[in-house]
Design a binder for this molecule. Sequence first.
Ligand code: SAH
Length: 268
Amino acid sequence: MSDVPEKTALSQALQRLDLRPRTLEPGHVWLVGAGPGDPSLLTLDALNALAQADALVHDALVSPEIVAAAEQAEKFYVGKRGGRLSIPQDEINALLVRLANAGRKVVRLKGGHPYVFGRGGEEARALVEAGIPYRVLPGITSAFGGLTSAGIPATMRGVNGAIILATGFAAVSDDRPDWTALARTGQPIIVYMGLTHMAATVADLIAGGLAHETPAALIENATLPQERTVVATLGTLAEAASRENIVSPALIVIGGIVALRAELAGRE
Ligand code: SAH
């Protein structure tokens, strides 16, 4: 299958692009966004990172095919262990520092974009404190990859002039979004990590003034072959999630943009 015309066209286009790939130096760490799941949504910079790493630190959100692209790298899995708690962030930070200090070429691969609800900022801070040189390579965040894959535009003239990305998991007060204030904007809200506290989030948004009938959707495993989208309303969202047995990773989408999905159906 190596001569399929698409592959040839792609490699010719890559040659014409005449990339100057950056070198991943020993003792440096690159925090790399892997995108929402589909390997086609990796950036060229991320692929360049995978090609050079000799130590790859990754978690559960990154697809196995993407991890496998770094064939030469030693892999360090720091995701959930058998459904139990993830490795504490401090230990991940310490691992990155230790690998860099050992002169490894370290890639810390994260789902989506490292600086969007990915704790990439905390890892960067640990690297700064340890005096380790690092770069951050953006990835397509799951909200934008997922909306597009589900056939929902993130913005549409006449529907919304802003879009809100929120975390549903910040139980502690500092990071916890003011749902009432967000509801009052009337702008669509995309909730990351929203399944666990969905009932409370929905109740807060309704208390903030959003109608029960507000269009809403759940997008599970966005951009992957097993992607599922369930359309509901704000009032029926929790029921739809349990009926369809929606599991992580999933995004909650609330707002008028969801209603455009039916109109824009008929994609390839
Ligand atoms: N840095 C990541 C987000 C990490 S937080 C990013 O930019 O996308 C983890 C949450 O991201 C999950 O709970 C889920 O809400 C969302 N997520 C990540 N990948 C996803 C996918 N393929 N499909 C649906 N949601 C996804």
